[in-house]
Structure formats: structure tokens, C-alpha cells
Write a protein that binds this ligand. Structure first.
Ligand SMILES: Cc1ncc(COP(=O)(O)O)c(C=O)c1O
Length: 330
């Protein structure tokens, strides 16, 4: 297959991101590791995929028309993808975003004409003004707005089942022992994981969840724990949501902010890959999974991961020595 020479509009350029073999960052790990550079999507993240897919579906069903309004809650990246789709189709874009989101992301969203509804990320999920409740409430108050609800809508996973999964399968020529990915809404890991397992049921699907999120205890013990604040953006949640299909996941690991951010910084210095905090979490997961698979007798496992967004969105946080020190992470 040859790459198209031109794209008819930005949304057409979503997907077919490069798959890069990791070298120095996995030296000594005894695995072959490959990362799909999702930050090379047009708006800079993996979330361009679901934005394009879900908006196109909504148009096909007649739920969206030019002049309509999109409403969503996002850690920033889905909002950027939806902003691209809103501009393409002449829509208004209202996004519920945590006030604590990195300044770079908030500035990008404003630059794209997004109307931000900022909420306090420290409010508990049951608070009507919290991140988890606010978009739901706005959707009820404005029934004419289109609310994709990425956290509970399995069309999110379907976008990855139809694009990310087949791309990985083709790029890896079907030779994969494990998929390791962070879990936020769960769309990436479940959609991609489902596709890969359908092609080869022996492929293991391993999720990485931040310490403080509720997924890890739910997955392992079906126990709902109190969420705690953490700093990794885009991963984990404060409540169990409807999008993830936990039964598709073979194991779930728990990463700390410190582990994820130190790996993120290392990735920049050793591979020249300037990626975000969830990419560091993924790299940390790849090394852990390499150890486990080798202990299970797979001599040199081939592990695939995704790097969801760019480090340029975290220059004032993860890549700032002062910010890292202020948070006790250096
Ligand atoms: C930076 C980043 N990494 C990872 C993810 C997780 O992807 P998913 O929501 O598909 O689980 C997200 C989702 O918002 C994200 O913004």
C-alpha cells in the first residue's frame, strides 16, 4: 500500500501513524518493543481517531448537522480532536475540562475556538459540579447538543477496532506477543485488543492504570475503592465507567506518577521521543510485561504499545524540573 500524496482536509490524515522499534529505553529488557506514535496524528493524539469516527457516525445517523453543538468531557486530547471535526463541519464545540489540565492543552483548545467549561478536578465524582457529572448535566439541560460520552460509549472502542487494531496487525505482520496500553476511557486498549485477539487469541492485552484510579482494584478484586488524586493526565478514572470491557484485559498493572514521569523523561533523552506522561506509563508497562513474559518462557517477547500524545503538551509539568521537584517527583 502506498501513502496518499495529499489529504482532502485534516480529518482524512488521521491514523496510519508510524510504528517505531524502541532501542535504548528497553536495553536489557530482553524483548522487542514497538511503539505506535499516536502523537503524530493531526491534532497530536490518539484521540483524533475517536473524534473522527464518532462525529462521522453521528452525521450518518442524522444526530449532528452543520451548525450543531458538540459537548464532551475530556482530559484535553479528545477535545482537540473534536475541535478539528467541529471546524471541518461548522459546529460549535463546548468542552468540560479540569482546571488542573496542563496550561499548554488549555491554550491549544482556546486557539482552536473551543468553549471551555473549567471544573475543579479535586471535587469528588458525586459532586454535581465535578468533572464526571458536569457534562452529563449539561447534556440533560441541552438535549439538542450532541454528547458522544466517550467514557460510556462503546463506539469509542469501535474506532480503535476499525483503525488502530488493523494498523498494528499489518505493521507488525501479525507477530505480536502482547499489547500494553494505558487505560483511560478504555477505548484504545479494548478496541485494539479485541481486534488483535480475534486475529490471534494468544496475544495478551495488558492495561496500565495510575495509582489513585479505581480501575485496578475493580479489575483484580471487583472492589470499588475511594479514588485519590494523581497527576498522570488521560489515564484512570474516579468511577467505573461503561466503555471499558474489562473481560478483554488479561492483566492490569498499577503505575505511580513518579514511575510514569521518570520514564517519560527517559524516553525523550534515550530515544528522542518527546511524548506525554501516559507514554512513560506505557514504557514502564512494557518493561514489566517483558519480565513477566520471559519468566513464563517466552524468550524474546514482541511487545507493542502506543504513545498517545506529545511531550510538548507537558513542558510546564513533566519536563519542568521545578514542577517535578514541587510535587516531590525528582
Ligand atoms: C494522554 C492520554 N493517554 C492515554 C489515554 C487513554 O486512552 P483511552 O481513553 O482510549 O483509554 C488518553 C485518553 O484520554 C490520553 O489523553
Amino acid at each position: 500500500m502506498t501513502a496518499p500524496r495529499t489529504f482532502d482536509g485534516l480529518p482524512a490524515a488521521v491514523g496510519w501513524t508510524p510504528m517505531v522499534r524502541l532501542r535504548r529505553s528497553v536495553e536489557g529488557a530482553g524483548c522487542e518493543a514497538f511503539a505506535k506514535l499516536e502523537f503524530l496524528n493531526p491534532m497530536g493524539s490518539v484521540k483524533d481517531r475517536i473524534a473522527r469516527f464518532m462525529v462521522e457516525r453521528a452525521f450518518e445517523r442524522g444526530e449532528l448537522r452543520p451548525g450543531g453543538t458538540i459537548l464532551e468531557s475530556s482530559s484535553g486530547n479528545t477535545a482537540m480532536g473534536l475541535a478539528m471535526m467541529a471546524i471541518e463541519h461548522g459546529l460549535r464545540c463546548v468542552m468540560v475540562v479540569r482546571r488542573q489540565t496542563s496550561q499548554e492543552k488549555l491554550d491549544c483548545l482556546r486557539a482552536m475556538g473551543v468553549e471551555l467549561v473549567l471544573v475543579d478536578g479535586d471535587l469528588p465524582p458525586e459532586d454535581p459540579e465535578s468533572y464526571n457529572q458536569k457534562a452529563r448535566r449539561l447534556a440533560e439541560e441541552h438535549p439538542d447538543w450532541w454528547f458522544p460520552d466517550q467514557h460510556n460509549n462503546r463506539e469509542n472502542s469501535e474506532a480503535h477496532y476499525r483503525t488502530t487494531g488493523p494498523e498494528i496487525w499489518e505493521q507488525m505482520e501479525g507477530r505480536i506477543d502482547a499489547l500494553v496500553a494505558g487505560i483511560g476511557t478504555g477505548g484504545t486498549i479494548c478496541g485494539t485488543g479485541r481486534y488483535l485477539k480475534e486475529r490471534d487469541p494468544s496475544i495478551r492485552v495488558i492495561a496500565v492504570d495510575p495509582e489513585g484510579s479505581v480501575f485496578f482494584d475493580w479489575y483484580h478484586q471487583h472492589r470499588l475503592v475511594e479514588p485519590r488524586r494523581y497527576l498522570i493526565e488521560g489515564l484512570g478514572d474516579e468511577e467505573i465507567i461503561g466503555c471499558p470491557e474489562f473481560e478483554l484485559i488479561d492483566d492490569m498493572l498499577r503505575v505511580t506518577d513518579r514511575e510514569a514521569f521518570l520514564a517519560t523523561r527517559e524516553l525523550a533523552r534515550t530515544e528522542g521521543i518527546l511524548a506525554g506522561g501516559s507514554s512513560g506509563a506505557a514504557l514502564w508497562g512494557v518493561r514489566r510485561v517483558a519480565r513477566t513474559l520471559r519468566a513464563q518462557g517466552i524468550e524474546r517477547p514482541r511487545i507493542v504499545t502506543l504513545f498517545p500524545d506529545s511531550g510538548s503538551r507537558y513542558l510546564s509539568t513533566i519536563f519542568s524540573d521545578r514542577w517535578m521537584a514541587d510535587h516531590g517527583l525528582l
